[in-house]
Design a protein around this ligand. Structure first.
Ligand code: NAD
Length: 488
C-alpha cells in the first residue's frame, strides 16, 4: 500500500490504487461512525479533497468531487462504479469482481438494408453478452438513436444483476440498433429487424442468448426475429426454437401477461412498499415519465389500486391535471397519436413543472439519467419506483437520499419483465400454456421474494436499497464462481 501519514492523522494517497481506498474504509474505524462528519478523504475520491458531506446511512462516504467525477463518466463506467461501491461494503472476492466488471462477448454488426426508395442504408447493431454463469444470456433489444456499445454494455450488466436477484436461471445481455424508428416505414423496420437477426446468426439461440423487447421494440418485432431465426433452421429444428425470443405475441408462443409484466411487477412492488410503510394507495397521487409499454401499464395498474395519475411526460411533452388523468383513456390516445402531446383532458406543462409536481409516487419509465442534480431537487414525492433502467444519475441518487425519498431500484423494480420472459421460455420448452392468473401468481411470488431479499440485505449491511440490490446479486454470483472455480 502506497501512502504516507501526516501528523494530524489525515491520510494522503500517493497512489490511486483501490487497495488504499478499501483499507482506509475498514468498518468500525474511529471517525467513521454513523452520521459523523469527517473532514478528510472521501473513500472513493480519486482527488485529494477536504469535503464535509455528512455520511449517509450505511457504510458509504462519498464527496462532491467523487459525484462530480461520476457525472462525467459513461453509463458503463457508472454501472461498474456501482459494482465497486457494493464490493467496498461487503469485501467481495476481488478476482470475481474483476470477472463481473467485464463483459464476456461483444458483437457489432454493420448490415445493409434496402429502403423503400430503392437506396441502401448501412445500419449498426449491437449485442453484448455480459455473463452466463447463472444460465443463458438474456436481455432486451433497443431501437434508438442513443444506442452505442457503451450503453449496451451497461444495460447488459444490469440484466445479469436482475436475473441474479430474482433467482431466475439466466445471465445478462443487451442489444440494439442505432436508429430513430420514426425515420423508417413499417416495411423498412421489418427488413431492418430481419437483416439484423440474420447478422446475429448463431450468436443468439434458445439455449444460448434470448432477446426480448425494450425501448421501441415490441411483440411484432419479436415475431419477425423468431420467424427469421426459424427460417435459417433445418425443418426438424424449426419448431424447437420458439424460445429464441420472449415477449412474442401470444399466437406466436408468447406468454399471457408478458406485455404488462414489467408494469405489473412495478405495481406489485409499490403495493408491498405501501403495506410495509402503512401507506394507503387508494387516493394516493402518482406521476409517470414515459408512457410506452412499461409506463402505460404501470399507470393503468395503479389506477386499479385507486391511485390518481396527475402528470405524465414522454418524448413529445408533458401534461398535468390535478383532478386526475385516466390512464386507460390516455393509453388509447397515445396509441392513436404517438405521444401525450395535445391530450385534450389535461393541460400542457413544461419539463420543470412536471418534475416539480407534488405527488406521493414517481414512476420513471423512459430512459436513463432522467433524475439528475436538477430534477432530483425538484421532486416532491415519497417514493421513486424505477421502471426504467438506470433513470437516476449518481448526483440525483445522492439528492434522493438526502431528501429521504425511498427508491425501489431499477434492477429490482423493473424485473417483472425478465421474470415473465423466463415463464414464457419455460412454457415454450415444455409446450405448455399458462393462464394469466397462474402467470401473475408466479410473478408476484418471485418479485416479492426479490423485494424481501433486497430489504433484508439493506437492513443487514445498513445500506440504501440500490446498493443492497447489487450486494444481493453479486453475493449469488460470487458463490457460484467460488463453487465452480475458474476453468481450466
Ligand atoms: P417504450 O419504447 O415502449 O417507451 C418508452 C417511453 O419513453 C415512450 O413513452 C417515450 O416517449 C418515452 N421517452 C423517450 N425519451 C424520452 C425523454 N427524453 N423524455 C421523456 N420521455 C421519453 O419502452 P419501454 O419498453 O416502455 O421501456 C422503458 C424503460 O423501461 C427503458 O428504460 C427500458 O430499458 C426499461 N425496461 C423495459 C422492459 C420491458 O419489458 N419493455 C423491461 C425492463 C426495463
Amino acid at each position: 500500500m502506497d501512502r504516507k501519514r501526516r501528523n494530524n492523522g489525515e491520510i494522503t494517497p500517493v497512489s490511486k490504487s483501490r487497495e488504499w481506498k478499501l483499507l482506509y474504509h475498514e468498518p468500525g474505524r474511529p471517525g467513521l461512525e454513523e452520521g459523523s462528519e469527517y473532514r478528510g478523504l472521501c473513500m472513493y475520491c480519486e482527488l485529494r479533497k477536504t469535503c464535509a458531506l455528512p455520511r449517509p446511512e450505511g457504510g458509504v462516504w462519498r464527496c462532491e468531487n467523487y459525484i462530480a467525477m461520476l457525472r462525467k463518466v459513461s453509463l458503463y463506467e457508472k454501472v461498474v462504479k456501482q459494482l465497486e461501491e457494493a464490493v467496498d461494503v461487503v469485501h467481495f472476492d476481488r478476482d470475481i469482481c474483476k470477472i463481473l466488471a467485464a463483459t464476456m462477448n461483444e458483437l457489432i454488426v454493420n448490415f445493409p438494408v434496402k429502403m423503400d426508395d430503392g437506396g441502401i442504408k448501412i445500419l449498426t447493431g449491437y449485442r453484448v453478452q455480459h455473463n452466463n454463469a447463472l444460465g443463458p444470456y438474456k436481455g432486451g433489444l433497443r431501437f434508438h438513436h442513443s444506442v452505442d456499445i457503451d450503453e449496451v454494455r451497461a444495460l447488459a450488466i444490469l440484466m445479469t444483476w436482475k436475473s441474479a436477484i430474482t433467482n431466475i436461471p439466466f445471465g445478462g445481455a443487451k442489444g440494439g440498433i442505432q436508429l430513430d424508428p420514426a425515420e423508417f416505414s413499417a416495411g423498412e423496420m421489418e427488413k431492418i429487424t430481419r437483416r439484423f437477426t440474420y447478422a446475429l446468426g448463431n450468436n443468439i439461440g434458445p439455449e444460448y442468448d434470448i432477446p426480448a423487447p425494450d425501448v421501441n421494440t415490441n411483440p411484432q418485432i419479436m415475431a419477425w426475429i423468431l420467424d427469421t431465426y426459424m427460417s435459417t433452421m433445418t425443418p426438424n429444428e424449426r419448431n424447437r426454437c420458439s424460445h429464441v425470443v420472449t415477449g412474442k405475441p401470444i399466437e406466436s408462443g408468447g406468454s399471457q401477461g408478458r406485455n404488462k409484466a414489467t408494469g405489473q411487477g412495478i405495481v406489485f412492488l409499490i403495493e408491498k412498499w405501501a403495506k410495509d410503510h402503512g401507506f394507503n394507495l387508494k387516493g394516493a397521487t402518482y406521476i409517470v415519465q414515459g408512457f410506452g409499454n412499461v409506463g402505460s401499464w404501470a399507470a393503468r395498474l395503479m389506477k386499479k389500486k385507486g391511485s390518481k395519475l396527475i402528470a405524465v411526460e414522454d418524448v413529445t411533452g408533458a401534461i398535468s391535471n390535478s383532478g386526475g388523468i385516466d390512464a386507460d383513456d390516455l393509453a388509447d390516445y397515445v396509441k392513436d397519436k404517438g405521444g401525450v402531446l395535445d391530450y385534450p383532458k389535461a393541460k400542457p406543462v413544461d419539463h420543470e413543472t412536471f418534475f416539480s409536481t407534488k405527488a406521493d409516487i414517481f414512476i420513471p419509465c423512459a430512459l436513463e439519467n432522467q433524475i439528475t442534480t436538477e430534477t432530483a431537487q425538484m421532486l416532491d414525492v415519497k417514493l421513486v419506483a424505477e421502471g426504467a433502467n438506470s433513470p437516476t444519475d449518481p448526483t440525483g441518487d445522492v439528492i434522493l437520499q438526502r431528501k429521504k425519498i425511498d427508491v425501489i431500484p431499477d434492477i429490482l423494480c423493473n424485473s417483472g419483465g425478465v421474470i415473465v420472459s423466463y415463464f414464457e421460455w419455460l412454457q415454450n420448452k415444455r409446450s405448455e400454456f399458462w393462464d394469466l392468473e397462474e402467470v401473475d401468481r408466479k410473478l408476484y411470488k418471485k418479485i416479492i421474494e426479490a423485494y424481501e431479499r433486497v430489504r433484508d440485505t439493506a437492513e443487514k449491511f445498513k445500506v440504501d436499497w440500490r446498493k443492497a440490490a447489487y450486494i444481493a446479486a453479486i453475493s449469488k454470483l460470487e458463490k457460484v464462481y467460488k463453487e465452480r472455480g475458474i476453468f481450466p
